[in-house]
Write a protein that binds this ligand. Structure first.
Ligand SMILES: Nc1nc2c(c(=O)[nH]1)N[C@H]1C(S)=C(S)[C@@H](COP(=O)(O)OP(=O)(O)OC[C@H]3O[C@@H](n4cnc5c(=O)[nH]c(N)nc54)[C@H](O)[C@@H]3O)O[C@H]1N2
Ligand SMILES: Nc1nc2c(c(=O)[nH]1)N[C@H]1C(S)=C(S)[C@@H](COP(=O)(O)OP(=O)(O)OC[C@H]3O[C@@H](n4cnc5c(=O)[nH]c(N)nc54)[C@H](O)[C@@H]3O)O[C@H]1N2
Ligand SMILES: [Mo]
Length: 749
């Protein structure tokens, strides 16, 4: 067999028949294809559930169906008829299960019963809900609150997250490590300082009005496929869609809309971008600064906006003028001529949107890079008017909402004040732990408990082997989850898996009322979500009921009547409305079709920054990016997602758009680099990560895949390559693991 038989030409365009075929396959895999198909018709519809796939907004005038191939995968994954029952746990020791892959674990299906770890038999055994809550409560009461870490993954609803933060703060800590610490934290930090709110300012309608859309560091074809339809529409009406991505991602070139009958019959596809630039990893700040240099030299600025709304322009201008072209070209990997081309598109456009995701946020200099994007947009007043603005495209479907409702280790004073007024008690104000601090506390022994509201902490975090040791050294680990994953297989002294309802499932109150939850998308639209499928098991509880159960057993029900809250989510929303600005009339407004828009002051040119203005930041370019600092034979590695995965959930082994089939142990590389190493496509190589701290980091036997990308930059899949990401490499000001710029080298096995 040829050694590169897993590589084939990728699809010609994103979407199209390949996407439809894949949808069909995914629905068949559920074992209940008709229920799955029916479920999809309710995805992102006013009467249905919010698709758990991504955080892209829903259009005002919904098409007859509003979902995508990867939304189908996410729903099918949850709607599977496979089950992980107590019998499954009886048949396998935890040590045995630790040898399984992520893919094999999750494919066993939905968790059905609450389970408690039994060290004597090395197995999880069934436990009653009430016993589990009582034991967890007793364990938490037996430690200092700051010794416990309360993780949140961004799928949790506003109601679950709000109740969780209420409980955790009443218990006495602000330890809220959160998946967004590994995701868009840099966007939150940078935008809060620049525009006074850590969120984007555009709405979906703005994509219909923009003259140019600059897309930095994201792969919507896989990760927010519904965005492709908006990009394509923009390109078709003559807007410029300017992409910055080291990889020529398929979805950012052409898209065949599976919801367009004519196109599907004729096999056509349309461009999703008009201009494509391939910077080096971590080179975007230089590229954006280069564009600003051109605009400052030859463009028309929005002097009125700068004078009336901005602070710090002169300092920033001086910093830009002091940055020389050789540094900009070397760092960005783009030529001055390319940067001038992009800058002229910006200058000619009346209104511009800038979007970005992990290709920008997961670097050491991501906060400064996002500030630079904001600087660039301020130049021509491209914020707070139709068709213009900043748009960090969020990851998990409710990661933005979780932050809004209080999952925040920094304990914002306004939130704590309001919570204290509401509850009539004093709450902690000291800063708690983010992901990095939580890991530090676990490693140095000061943390004793981990509670995870969803997610897969052990696999999503850097330095996986270290984290595994840290988690299994704890006194208590609790995982609220839908499916079995590796984090559950690192039990502390007492350990529980608490299975919950998924978002697609009917959630009935004790009196038989069908409950809805709410979520917030990347465009700050808050809307309802109610499941339509029968629960995977009669023993499941909702996340809210589980949080309420743990809370009641830990802090008692004197201050908050947890059971009443869990019985009627309207009561939780009423409390949110009393505590958080912008949620007035929550219960009424969320029942309107498509929900409501959470007011964003920056979108109306009201700046809640320290200077009360939109604030330029005059950071210098990094002295050297990881690419510039690489040594002899060195490369810089980014870890990203394949088309067949949702974070640590691996649906399948194909990456159709990039032409890789049946294999995840791969590294994408420029063919010239491959040749220079004397290697050929399909060769297996060991990838060696940083070891300055004495920790050996190696990923064994990864196969090389040639790809159109800058030399010296390579790419491969997370979570497999997390063994190479050191805890010590993280974003300045964001603490986000720098999982898109890891210095690596290769060696023949
Ligand atoms: N189907 C599916 N949907 C998802 C997810 C999923 O795993 N599967 N995950 C969800 C989550 S939590 C998130 S955060 C989002 C993630 O959405 P993305 O941000 O699209 O995720 P990645 O796969 O990490 O892709 C990063 C992209 O940035 C590019 N890139 C990397 N480094 C650089 C750089 O230095 N400069 C530039 N300009 N580009 C760079 C990469 O080539 C790649 O195209 O998607 C969400 N939606
Ligand atoms: N190297 C590298 N590391 C990364 C990244 C990267 O690009 N490169 N990306 C980072 C990013 S952007 C993120 S957001 C994190 C993701 O980190 P996490 O959010 O922690 O991880 P997920 O893989 O999304 O979590 C999957 C698990 O969530 C559980 N789950 C699914 N649905 C539900 C539900 O409805 N309720 C509950 N309670 N549980 C549910 C299932 O048990 C499943 O196994 O990873 C980060 N890590
Ligand atoms: Mo994310």
């Amino acid at each position: 067999m040829p050694k590169d038989d897993f590589i084939a030409a990728g699809s010609k365009a994103a979407g199209g028949w390949g996407a439809l075929k894949s949808c069909g396959k995914q629905l068949l895999k559920t074992g209940k294809p008709f229920a799955g198909a029916r479920a999809m018709l309710h995805a992102n519809q006013p009467d249905g559930f919010d698709c758990p796939g991504c955080a892209w907004g829903d259009p005002e005038h919904g098409s007859s169906f509003e979902f995508c191939e990867n939304g189908v995968k996410a729903v099918a994954w949850e709607a599977t008829k496979a089950r992980v029952t107590p019998d499954f746990f009886a048949a396998h020791t935890v040590t045995d299960l630790r040898g399984w892959t992520d893919h094999d674990l999750e494919h066993q299906g939905r968790l059905t019963h609450p389970m408690r770890y039994d060290a004597a038999t090395d197995r999880y055994l069934p436990v009653d809900w009430d016993d589990a809550f009582a034991e967890i409560g007793a364990a938490l009461r037996g430690m200092k609150p700051d010794q416990a870490e309360f993780y949140t993954s961004g799928r949790a609803s506003n109601e679950a997250a709000f109740l969780y933060q209420t409980f955790v703060r009443l218990y006495g800590t602000n330890n809220f490590p959160d998946c967004s610490n590994m995701c868009h934290e840099a966007s939150g930090v940078a935008l809060t300082d620049a525009i006074g709110i850590g969120k984007g300012t555009v709405q979906l309608e703005d994509f219909e009005k923009a003259d140019a859309i600059f897309v930095f560091g994201q792969n919507p074809g896989t990760n927010h496929p519904r965005m492709l339809a908006d990009l394509r529409k923009a390109a078709a009406r003559g807007a410029r869609v300017v992409v910055f991505n080291p990889l020529k991602e398929k979805g950012l070139q052409r898209f065949a809309d599976p919801q367009n009958k004519v196109e599907m019959l004729l096999g056509g596809s349309e461009p999703t971008s008009t201009d494509f630039f391939q910077p080096r990893l971590g080179g975007d700040m230089a590229a954006v600064r280069g564009m600003s240099k051109v605009v400052l030299a030859e463009g028309t600025l929005d002097h009125d906006f700068i004078a009336r709304h901005c602070h710090g322009f002169d300092d920033w201008r001086a910093a830009v003028e002091a940055t020389d072209w050789p540094q900009i070209e070397d760092q960005s990997g783009l030529t001055r001529a390319q940067i001038e081309t992009a800058a002229r598109i910006y200058m000619q456009a009346g209104s511009v949107i800038a979007t970005w995701a992990m290709g920008i946020t997961q670097h050491r200099h991501s906060v400064a890079t996002i500030r630079e994007i904001a600087n660039f947009m301020f130049l021509r007043g491209n914020i707070g008017r139709p068709g213009a603005g900043l748009c960090p495209v969020r990851g998990h479907s409710n990661v933005q909402g979780d932050r809004t409702v209080g999952i925040n280790e920094k304990a914002p004073a306004a939130l704590i004040d309001a919570m204290e007024r509401e509850l009539g008690v004093t709450l902690p104000r000291r800063e708690g732990h983010n992901v990095l601090a939580a890991i530090g506390a676990m490693l140095d022994g000061s943390a004793r408990a981990f509670v995870g509201l969803g997610g897969n902490f052990a696999r999503a975090t850097p330095d996986s082997p270290l984290i595994a040791r840290a988690l299994s050294g704890l006194d208590l680990t609790v995982h609220v989850a839908t499916k079995l994953n590796h984090s559950h297989l690192l039990p502390g002294r007492a350990s529980f898996i608490l299975p919950c309802l998924g978002r697609t499932e009917i959630d009935k109150s004790p009196t038989g009322i069908r409950q809805i939850v709410t979520v917030e998308d990347s465009m700050s639209m808050v809307h309802g979500s109610g499941g339509i499928n029968l629960p995977a098991s009669a023993a499941l509880k909702s996340e809210i009921a589980i949080v309420a159960g743990i809370a009641a057993a830990t802090v008692g029900s004197d201050v908050v009547d947890w059971q009443a809250m869990a019985a009627d989510y309207d009561l939780i929303r009423d409390m949110i409305a009393r505590v958080l600005p912008g949620f007035e009339g929550y219960n009424t407004r969320v029942r309107q079709p498509r929900g409501f828009w959470l007011r964003n002051p920056a979108a109306e040119r009201e700046w809640r920054t320290a200077t009360q203005r939109a604030t330029f930041s005059a950071d210098a370019l990094p002295e050297a990016t990881e690419w510039q600092g690489r040594g002899e034979g060195g490369f810089v590695l980014q870890t990203f997602r394949s088309h067949d995965q949702y974070n640590t959930t691996i649906y399948g082994l194909d990456d159709r758009y990039r032409g890789v089939y049946g294999e995840r142990q791969v590294v994408f590389m420029n063919p010239r680099d491959m040749e220079a190493m004397g290697a050929a496509p399909g060769d297996r190589m060991d990838v060696i990560g940083p070891a300055e701290d004495g920790v050996e980091r190696v990923a064994l036997g990864f196969r090389l895949v040639p790809h159109d990308m800058p030399q010296g930059c390579v790419a491969g899949y997370y979570p497999e390559l997390n063994v190479l990401v050191p805890l010590s490499m993280f974003g300045i000001g964001s603490d986000t693991p720098a999982s898109k710029s890891i210095p690596v080298a290769f060696r023949k096995p």
